[in-house]
Design a protein around this ligand. Structure first.
Ligand code: ZN
Length: 75
């Protein structure tokens, strides 16, 4: 897999996804992603994107000012 920005190699890793919903902030830790070894580019696979959307939906219902969720614990 190659970076679409700089063409360098991308490696599997994890990142922290932060979504600002305006009245609440959803922080999801340990999200699996691919990271570029040269620049700061990263991307999520389709199933991860879907799962993040679900987590954010749940967080919206809870509506805490800041929600910190561990991806690996809800996956
Ligand atoms: Zn890159």
């Amino acid at each position: 897999m190659k970076c679409f920005k700089c063409d360098a190699k991308m490696e599997k890793g994890t990142t922290t996804n932060v979504t600002d919903l305006g009245n609440c902030l959803v922080i999801i830790r340990n999200v699996p992603c691919y990271k570029c070894t040269e620049c700061d580019e990263f991307f999520y696979t389709g199933d991860v994107v879907e799962h993040l959307e679900k987590i954010i939906e749940i967080a919206k219902v809870v509506m805490q000012e800041v929600s910190i969720i561990d991806y690996s614990k809800v996956a």
